[in-house]
Design a protein around this ligand. Sequence first.
Ligand SMILES: Cc1cc2nc3c(=O)[nH]c(=O)nc-3n(C[C@H](O)[C@H](O)[C@H](O)COP(=O)(O)OP(=O)(O)OC[C@H]3O[C@@H](n4cnc5c(N)ncnc54)[C@H](O)[C@@H]3O)c2cc1C
Length: 417
Amino acid sequence: MTLYTDRTVAPGERLKPPAELRPDNAGAAPTPPAQADVAVIGAGVIGLSIAWRLAGRGLSVAVFDRAEAGSGTSYAATGMLAAAAEHEPGGEELLALTLDSQRQWLDFRTSLEADANATIDYRDEGTLVVALGRDEVERLRFHHEQQRRAGLNTSWLNGMEVRRIEPGLRASVAAGISCPDDHQVDPRRVVPALASAFVRRGGFLIQGHPVTSLDMTGGRVSGVLTPTRLCRARTVIAATGAWSNDGVLPPTLDIPMRPLKGQALALRTNRQTGAPRHVIWTEQIHLAPKGDGQLIVGSTMEDAGFNPAITAGGVLALLEGVHRALPSSEEMEIEAVWSGFRPTTDDDAPIIGESGIPGLLLATGHHRNGILLAPVTATAIEQLIMDAATSGAASQFGLARFQRDSTTMAQIAGARR
Ligand SMILES: Cc1cc2nc3c(=O)[nH]c(=O)nc-3n(C[C@H](O)[C@H](O)[C@H](O)COP(=O)(O)OP(=O)(O)OC[C@H]3O[C@@H](n4cnc5c(N)ncnc54)[C@H](O)[C@@H]3O)c2cc1C
């Protein structure tokens, strides 16, 4: 006998990490310490990556989040590590940073999985960027030409070659670019793994504790204030994502950032529907198959302030996009629909490094690449704290670039979205 039960999808309900991995099971400290070497504001992928790295260097580190770790933007992310697929004209400086981080992900993953004793669903099948009709081929060729000029490891495929690799794609697929180094992870596993690895290294993860202001002593930041106590720290790191202009940081910092909303959904694949093996990008959407059989369909880009509403137009764009690419999606069950806010700066690149105020560092503004850029951000902040200087691509991404003249700004920003 078959039993039928009602099924409800609550719009806005995000995918959650598996219960056994939830950060509140990671042995979180119940009360904030009175003192630490470093206090990090924000337990997203960026704050936790930095904190885990610093705890591994023997520093005492306290991470504060006003809510649950990951519940800002990080759990909304798809988890693509897509340096090549993301590359756009004028984005050479950002490409150097994303490629550096993509390379660092290999060791980052190995250490993280070992430290957390957990897997993060790292998948290395690569990414296919496809043209779903003749009229899209020319634009795809242009994209490939940009990648080729930048020396990226990508290759051109005709429609038949694409379908040989991904037979579930619609027959109208006319061409594709293979990006074999653009891997993916599952943020619903990465964040809990970071929380757990950090706590295992002796870190304090204090969830449900907003930082209400910074403590200042003699012109330097000397700690963070929460409603219950002061935590003194030699260095404070703001990893507050889209909420970096919420009034905790001094107003003189004037961080040029806004939230950029994205709606996404998760479909359930099964033996009948099949599932793609690669991450697939079309002009409209991206599809990311996860190890547990979910297919993430993302994501809209909307300048809508902090309005989290799931809209008919947003869901329509996602469903139409997946239907154009993958006919079998008609039979896939919708498991979740959610929105999140990318922390987006005026040039779409992150702000990593000195704030200009002694004792305060910034690690924010990671826009649509925060998961990809977590390792390189952690390395840069670690270098700043341990060696007082950052080397490599990250040194170009300080707040100071926004204070340069507009010509230089335009060169850095290029023609990015
Ligand atoms: C739909 C969507 C898809 C995406 N897909 C990808 C992808 O495939 N690959 C990729 O690399 N990136 C992706 N991104 C971007 C990525 O999610 C972000 O860049 C990244 O999560 C930013 O991480 P974060 O740690 O800076 O911010 P968050 O995760 O938002 O963390 C900041 C934390 O700070 C806390 N906080 C803020 N103020 C305070 C305070 N005063 N006191 C205490 N805590 C505070 C918040 O509660 C929050 O938890 C996507 C984003 C969206 C919306």
